[in-house]
Write a protein that binds this ligand. Sequence first.
Ligand code: ADP
Ligand code: GN1
Ligand code: MG
Length: 386
Amino acid sequence: MIVVPGISSTGAVPDAKEAIPPPLPEYVPEAAGRFSPGSAHVDEIRSYGDGNVNDTFLVTSASARFILQRINTRVFRRPHLVMRNMRILTEHVADRLRTAPLAGRRWEMTRIIPSREGEDHWIDPAGSFWRAISFIDNARSYDTVDDPVRAEEVGFALGFFHSLLSDLPAETLGDTLEGFHVTPLYLRRYEEIAAGRHFLRDSGAEYCARFIRARRDDASVLEDCLARGVLRLRTIHGDPKANNVLIDPDTGRAVSIIDLDTVKPGLVHYDIGDCLRSCCNPTGEDIENIEEVRFDLGLAGSVLRGYFDRARDFLTASDRELIYDAVRLITFELGLRFFTDYLEGNVYFKVKYPEHNLVRAIVQFRLAESIEARERELRALVRDLS
Ligand code: ADP
Ligand code: GN1
Ligand code: MG
């Protein structure tokens, strides 16, 4: 059994009353007013969504509803570059959709809403960086996927997004998050942080440390392929987990892929791996019973079917060959990132209680174990469906 300090033996998370309440950012009403179209009166502002990085609000004014976000500048240290990339990307996608609309189904991309001064952001007196984007109405995001139709739709959204970006050269965009998904760099950081620490025997932290030690030599599989020219950089989403795809509740169809801050040059494998990691973990990233975590091959088949419906043409044989490695690696990497953040005192991911990142790390490592146990079947699925 894995013992996590502060967590019961079933892994149940502490009561809400023990949870750390997220601090409400200062200047929210001022920021909402700055972006309110036509300077209309703002009627309501409420916290929105379940993102781990930025602060997101839904603003309702007399004339519109829009999304207001405070960018986490501890993570995104170059927020102006994030906005520049977003502008290039949304213009490119709008052009593509104008010349070749997606037939027979709804698809929307978020648009940047300018401030009263015509800027794409506003910096408040305390230095926080705010931006506004159009609200995708009649759509919702789900933290977990547990049915094949939704899994196929999330796969479709990523495949369609990749196809829309396939003619946007990677070098057009700046690097908004250096080292993002470069697993060997996360490993190095972890080893610096963990050096000299001793973890309690049979504790959750010891399980994580052992897990990482046993797999440290596999951490560079994708980066080595990039260095050898087997893989190449393309424009990627960077964060295509299930809740960054919006689903129309009436039709069950994916209508948008959001959270574009990490769109930048990278390996499409990070995206394909992350989408499968997230969609095929039906019990979610914050599960209460760690023993239930498993990688669902049925859902993986659905995600891949949806993805290849749109993206079959631009993947090479070596690209396909490395999909299994990507799923395993990105899951290991996320566990490593969560665990490092726990050891560093929760400075990157937002947490609801102090051991949150430790629990999240254990969940990802359990998921990685489950992926490893299904290697043969997952490789066969990719071969059959791609
Ligand atoms: P984070 O980077 O913190 O994950 P996101 O951009 O993903 O922030 O936004 C957090 C959540 O807010 C999303 O998962 C989604 O539920 C909701 N959301 C964000 N942007 C929109 C939008 N334009 N329309 C509708 N919902 C949105
Ligand atoms: C973060 O921002 P959000 O919640 O969509 C993180 C991803 C992780 C994910 C795990 C910029 O995504 O890399 O996979 O949490 N985003 C960033 O839930 O670090
Ligand atoms: Mg998000």
